[in-house]
Write a protein that binds this ligand. Structure first.
Ligand code: CTP
Length: 402
C-alpha cells in the first residue's frame, strides 16, 4: 500500500523536555513511511538529544537557529513554513505553548509557527502542575481558537517523579492524529458501531466453542472511521489486539453479550458494521464444574444464537434508519451467498470475504473482498492490506450515505 504519508512534507518542531527522546522514535517512524521530515529544534531541545540524532533519523538537515540561511538563500523560516503540508510540535513545552499563544517570534520554531499556514498538531508534554495551571490551559484554549489541534497528554508517572497528566502520548496515538490530518473528515458527526473478532460460547468454566477470527479487519475499520472523524463504538469479542486510539471499545465474550450491547447502542448509531464472526450456535447449558473426561462422548445440546444483523435489518424500516453493513464469510458460492445475505438481512452493503484463501482468511494482514450494495452493484477489490481495504469500504459507505 502506498503510504498516506508518502512524500508529504512534515515540519517537526521540537522544544525542550525530557520527552525529546520519544520524538526521535516518531521521526524515525515518519521517515520510514516515506514522509519528508524536516526537524526544527529549540536550543533547550538540543540539550536533551543532539541535532545529529534527528538529522540521521530524518535524513534531512536539522534547523536550530534563526540566522542559518546562506547569503542569497531565501529566509529560512519563511521558506520552511511555506513548503510544509503539516506542522507538528512534539514535545510542546509550557514555554513554547505560551509563545505560540501570544504570537512570539523569538526563535526559529515560534517564528515558523507564526509564518506557517499548514495544519498544526501540538503535542504538549510537561509536569502535571504546569499543565493544569490556568495560564497553560488558557494558552491551549487560545491555540484551539487559532485552529491548532491539541493532542492531550497522557496520565501516568512523569520523569520528575510526579504522577498525573502531562506525559507525551505514545506513537500509536500520534500516528492516528497525523494520519487523520491527511484524511477527509467525511464521517464527522456520524456515530458508527463496529463489531469485530470472534465470539466465544462457553460450556464449562474452562472451555468454549469459537472460531478463528482475529478481529484485524474490524479493528482496521474502526481506526479508519476514527481517522475520518466518526465517533466510533467498537464492540469486540476476545482478540489479542489493543484498543485503537480515540475509539470507545466494549469487550464482550459471547454472541448473547454482543447482541445485548449492540441493541443498547443501536439507537444512537448512524452506521452499523457487523464485521464480527458471530457464532451461530451456543451450548445451551454451561456446566458449573469442569467436565471430566471418562466417557467416550459427551452430550452438548447446541442451540441457535440470535442473528444480530438480521434483527437490525427487520427494525430498520420501523425506526431511525442506520445504514447496515454486513460481512459474509464464505468458503464457496461467494457472490450468490453474499447476495442472499444482503437481501435476507435487509442490508445496504455486504462485504464478501473468502475465508479459505492463503492471504484472505482469518488472521492475515491482507484481504480480498467483493462489495455488493443495496442496488446489487458489484465491486471487486484486489488483494489489499486490511488497512487499505477498510479505507475503500468506508469510501463506499460514504457514497451510500449520500
Ligand atoms: N451475524 C450476526 N449474528 C449472527 C450471525 C451472523 O449478526 N448470529 C452477522 C455477521 O456479523 C455478518 C453477517 O451476519 O455481518 C453474515 O455472517 P455469516 O457468518 O457470513 O453468515 P450467517 O448469516 O451466519 O450464515 P452462514 O454462517 O450459514 O453462512
Amino acid at each position: 500500500m502506498k503510504s498516506l504519508l508518502a512524500d508529504k512534507k512534515i515540519l517537526f518542531g521540537i522544544s525542550g523536555s525530557i520527552a525529546v527522546y520519544k520524538a526521535a522514535e516518531w521521526v524515525r517512524e515518519l521517515a520510514k513511511t516515506g514522509a519528508d521530515v524536516t526537524v526544527v529544534m529549540t536550543d533547550a531541545a538540543t540539550r536533551f538529544v543532539s541535532s545529529l540524532t534527528f538529522a540521521t533519523l530524518s535524513g534531512n538537515r536539522v534547523y536550530t537557529g534563526m540566522f542559518e540561511s546562506d547569503a542569497g538563500e531565501n529566509v529560512t523560516h519563511i521558506n520552511l513554513a511555506r513548503e510544509c503540508d503539516l506542522f507538528i510540535i512534539a514535545p510542546a513545552t509550557a514555554q513554547t505553548i505560551a509563545k505560540l499563544a501570544n504570537g512570539f517570534a523569538d526563535n526559529l520554531l515560534s517564528s515558523l509557527a507564526l509564518a506557517s499556514r499548514a495544519k498544526m498538531l501540538v503535542f504538549p508534554a510537561m509536569n502535571s502542575n504546569m499543565y493544569s495551571h490556568a495560564a497553560t490551559q488558557a494558552n491551549l484554549a487560545r491555540l484551539k481558537e487559532y485552529e491548532y489541534s491539541i493532542i492531550e497528554p497522557d496520565e501516568g508517572m512523569l520523569a520528575c517523579g510526579d504522577e498525573g497528566v502531562g506525559r507525551l502520548v505514545e506513537w500509536g496515538v500520534a500516528r492516528e492524529a497525523i494520519l487523520s490530518s491527511f484524511t477527509p473528515q467525511d464521517l464527522e458527526e456520524q456515530t458508527v458501531i463496529i463489531t469485530a473478532g470472534p465470539t466465544c460460547e462457553p460450556f464449562d468454566p474452562a472451555r468454549h466453542m469459537s472460531n478463528r477470527s482475529s478481529g484485524k479487519m474490524g479493528f482496521a475499520l474502526a481506526r479508519s472511521a476514527k481517522r475520518r472523524g466518526a465517533k466510533v463504538i467498537l464492540i469486540s469479542g476476545p482478540t489479542s489486539l489493543g484498543a485503537p486510539s480515540g475509539v470507545e471499545m466494549i469487550n464482550v465474550t459471547s454472541a448473547l453479550q454482543m447482541h445485548e450491547v449492540v441493541m443498547e447502542n443501536y439507537n444512537n448509531a448512524d452506521i452499523v458494521v457487523m464485521s464480527a464472526a458471530v457464532s451461530d450456535y451456543r451450548p445451551e447449558k454451561i456446566a458449573e464444574q469442569k467436565i471430566k473426561k471418562g466417557s467416550d462422548s459427551i452430550d452438548l445440546e447446541i442451540v441457535p444464537n440470535p442473528d444480530i444483523l438480521k434483527e437490525l435489518g427487520k427494525r430498520k424500516d420501523k425506526t431511525k434508519r442506520p445504514l447496515l453493513v454486513g460481512f459474509a464469510a464464505e468458503s464457496s458460492d461467494h457472490l450468490e451467498e453474499g447476495k442472499r445475505k444482503l437481501k435476507e438481512k435487509n442490508l445496504d452493503l455486504i462485504v464478501i470475504n473468502d475465508i479459505i484463501g492463503k492471504d484472505t482468511g482469518f488472521g492475515t494482514d491482507t484481504n480480498q473482498v467483493n462489495l455488493i450494495d443495496r442496488d446489487y452493484q458489484l465491486e471487486k477489490l484486489p488483494l489489499l492490506a486490511k488497512e487499505e481495504c477498510a479505507y475503500i469500504i468506508w469510501d463506499k459507505i460514504v457514497k451510500l450515505l449520500q
